[in-house]
Every structure is written in structure tokens, then in C-alpha cells.
Design a protein around this ligand. Structure first.
Ligand SMILES: [Zn+2]
Length: 236
């Protein structure tokens, strides 16, 4: 192995650890204000402290982790105002994702997005039917709906193909309540009703992209993100 290989592997691992810590903050494994150590994070993620140190340095620069002393670290404890503003930032970024995706989408991309929404429609229809008939959320099907919608949003990011925008979005998404809310939504009929209100947004975004209207796609995606956040923060 050359020195160069060694270096590029180290960079990759640091990057992976960075993403894992962001995901742990997003899904609530690490909570706001929680005291952490580089050793503890390394144990949690099953890696050595070297890539953790690199990831922590970056997350500290980005404001996700705060350093109070040489060995005193905690997950940033952002105020309610700061979190609400982060939601607004994320919504704007989601709008830009849709705008850039509109400019770059090929016919094949649009076919793929349509297929994902068609899948989601089927899952949503059967979930809704079960809910209306029996008043219960079919937990065996709900994850498929969330997967299809998550794929749809991920596909938009991939079509938008802008590394800087993607990086900023990951940064704000780690603070978003959305990921954590998803698990509880699976069991809560009231929350499913809320999703029902926002569900048609996905087709509005797709239609705007298909007709090449980047501004309309921007507004539809931004408003979709804003209404999701508003609802989740209210019910939290
Ligand atoms: Zn959505």
C-alpha cells in the first residue's frame, strides 16, 4: 500500500464517521446538549479515535458539536428559535434541489421519479383503506410508503447533482425533526392524516419538474418542507 492509498482511506473513513455522527444526531441516538467524548463516539461507531477526531473537528466548525474544553464536548444545544430557522434554511435548500433538478432532469430521470410516486400511491392507498376500514395503521405496509417517499427525495438530490448544496442539506437535515418523527408516525393514525394533507405535494413537485418550470418546482418543494416541519414541531 502506498502512502497515497493510506491517506485516501483515512479521508474516506473520516467522512463515513462524519456521516454516521450526523445520522446519530438526526435519529436521536445522540441528543441535543448531550456530553460526548471522542473515545465514546469511537466505541459507539466501532472505529478508532483517529477518524472520529477528524469528524469532530469538522462538526465543530459547522456548529453541530461544541467544544467547551480540551476534553469537554457536547452536541450543540440549539435554541427553539435557531431550530425553527434551521427548518427555514432546509426548506430553501429543498427548493433549490427541486429547481436544479428541473434544469438537469433527463427523460429517464422523470420516468424514475414517476415510478417512485406510483409506488408510493399504491402503498398510500392501501394504508389509507386499512385506516378508514379498521382505524389502524398497517405497520407492515407503512415502511414501504416512507421508503418510496425517501427514495423520491433522494432521487431529486441526485438529479440536482450539486455537491455543495447536498452538503448544506445534510448539515441541516441532521437537525431536522423529520427522521425521528417517521418512526412514531408509523403507529399514529392522526399523524397519517397529517401526511395525507402533504402527500399530494410530491406530485406537484414532479409535475413542475416534468413541465420544466424550475420556479414552480422550487416553490412546491420549499412549501412541502415547511409544512412538514411545522407539523412535526407542533406535534413534538
Ligand atoms: Zn416528502
Amino acid at each position: 500500500m502506498t502512502a497515497h492509498d493510506d491517506l485516501s482511506n483515512a479521508v474516506t473513513l473520516g467522512e463515513q464517521v462524519y456521516c454516521s455522527i450526523q445520522a446519530a444526531i438526526a435519529d436521536g441516538t445522540l441528543t441535543r446538549g448531550q456530553r460526548i467524548t471522542e473515545r465514546g463516539l469511537a466505541d459507539l461507531l466501532g472505529v478508532s479515535t483517529t477518524p472520529v477526531r477528524e469528524a469532530v473537528r469538522q462538526l465543530t466548525q459547522e456548529g453541530m458539536i461544541e467544544r467547551l474544553g480540551p476534553r469537554k464536548l457536547h452536541i450543540a444545544n440549539l435554541s427553539r428559535t435557531a431550530l425553527n430557522e434551521t427548518d427555514e434554511i432546509e426548506a430553501e435548500l429543498q427548493g433549490l434541489i427541486a429547481k436544479f433538478a428541473t434544469r438537469k432532469a433527463t427523460g429517464a430521470d422523470i420516468t424514475k421519479l414517476s415510478a417512485l410516486i406510483d409506488d408510493a400511491d399504491n402503498e398510500f392507498a392501501s394504508l389509507k383503506q386499512r385506516l378508514d376500514e379498521d382505524g389502524v395503521v398497517d405497520e407492515s405496509r407503512a415502511p414501504h410508503l416512507f421508503d418510496a417517499l425517501r427514495d423520491f427525495h433522494a432521487q431529486l438530490v441526485s438529479i440536482a447533482e450539486n455537491p455543495i448544496l447536498e452538503r448544506l442539506l445534510n448539515q441541516t437535515a441532521a437537525l431536522s425533526p423529520e427522521q425521528r418523527a417517521t418512526a412514531s408516525q408509523l403507529r399514529d393514525p392522526a399523524a397519517i392524516k397529517g401526511i395525507e394533507l402533504r402527500y399530494p405535494d410530491h406530485r406537484l413537485i414532479l409535475d413542475a419538474i416534468r413541465s420544466g418550470d424550475a420556479e414552480r418546482a422550487y416553490r412546491a418543494a420549499r412549501d412541502h418542507a415547511l409544512s412538514a416541519h411545522g407539523e412535526i414541531r407542533r406535534s413534538a
